[in-house]
Write a protein that binds this ligand. Structure first.
Ligand SMILES: C[S@@+](CC[C@H](N)C(=O)[O-])C[C@H]1O[C@@H](n2cnc3c(N)ncnc32)[C@H](O)[C@@H]1O
Length: 203
C-alpha cells in the first residue's frame, strides 16, 4: 500500500514525461472533456480541480467560463501549470485537508486523482469533499474499472481499480447521488475507464 509521500515522489520523478504524454486537453478523450464540461461549467461558484496534475483540465474548465482552481501536491506540476496557463489559478496542496470553508465549493473534479488512494481511505476523502461542497454542488470523478476492488501496477505507482457500482455506493454513503455515468471499455493500451458525476444530496 502506498502513502501520500510515495505518490508525490513518484509523480515528481516522472512529471516531465507525464506532461508530455498527458498534459494538454487534446490528449484527453473528447467524451471525457464533454462530460467534465457539462457537469462543472456553466454554473456560478468555485470549482476545484483536485489532483490537477499539469493543469490542462483546469484550463479547459476556465475556457468554458468556470471559476476553476487547480490543486496538486507535486511542485513540478504546479510550476508547469502556472507557466503554461499564466491566467490560471493553481495551488500547491493536498486534497486531504482542504483550506476552504464548509459548503463553499460549487464543483469538484477528481480526474484520476483518487486512483492511488488505498480503498480504506476513500470514505474519509469523500467526506472531505462533502464537507466543502455547497448544496447541490457537483462532483466529477474519473477512475479505472475492474470486477473487484484490486491493486494493480500502474506505471507511476500502485493504483486501484473499482467496480463502478461499488464506487457509486461509496459516493451515496458520503452524501453524493450519482447523476450520470460514462464507461469506456479497454481500448489498445487504455484500461477500462469510467467517469461518474454526482450531486451533493440534501442534508
Ligand atoms: C493520474 S494523475 C491525474 C492528473 C490530472 N488530473 C490528469 O487528468 O492528468 C493523479 C494526480 O493526482 C495527484 N494527487 C494524488 N493524491 C493527491 C492528494 N492527496 N492531493 C493532491 N494531489 C494529489 C497526483 O499528484 C497526480 O498529479
Amino acid at each position: 500500500m502506498v502513502n501520500l509521500e510515495q505518490v508525490r515522489q513518484a509523480y515528481g520523478s516522472v512529471a516531465e514525461l507525464y506532461i508530455e504524454l498527458f498534459g494538454t486537453r487534446q490528449q484527453v478523450h473528447p467524451d471525457d472533456l464533454a462530460f467534465i464540461g457539462r457537469h462543472l461549467a456553466g454554473r456560478p461558484g468555485t470549482v476545484l480541480d483536485l489532483g490537477c496534475g499539469p493543469g490542462h483540465i483546469t484550463d479547459y474548465l476556465r475556457s468554458l467560463g468556470a471559476d476553476a482552481t487547480g490543486i496538486d501536491m507535486v511542485p513540478e506540476f504546479i510550476a508547469h501549470a502556472r507557466a503554461a496557463h499564466p491566467g490560471g489559478s493553481y495551488q500547491l496542496g493536498s486534497m486531504e485537508n482542504l483550506a476552504v470553508a464548509d459548503r463553499s465549493i460549487a464543483g469538484i473534479l477528481a480526474w484520476g486523482s483518487l486512483i492511488h488512494l488505498p480503498p480504506d481511505d476513500l470514505d474519509g476523502q469523500l467526506a472531505e469533499f462533502r464537507r466543502v461542497m455547497a448544496p447541490a454542488g457537483r462532483l466529477v470523478l474519473g477512475l479505472f474499472v475492474g470486477d473487484e476492488v484490486e491493486a494493480f501496477d500502474h506505471k507511476v505507482v500502485t493504483a486501484y481499480r473499482w467496480p463502478v457500482d461499488e464506487f457509486s455506493e461509496r459516493l451515496a454513503r458520503a452524501g453524493f447521488a450519482e447523476v450520470e455515468r460514462l464507461q469506456r471499455p479497454s481500448e489498445g493500451t487504455q484500461r477500462p475507464h469510467a467517469a461518474i458525476a454526482a450531486i451533493a444530496a440534501d442534508g
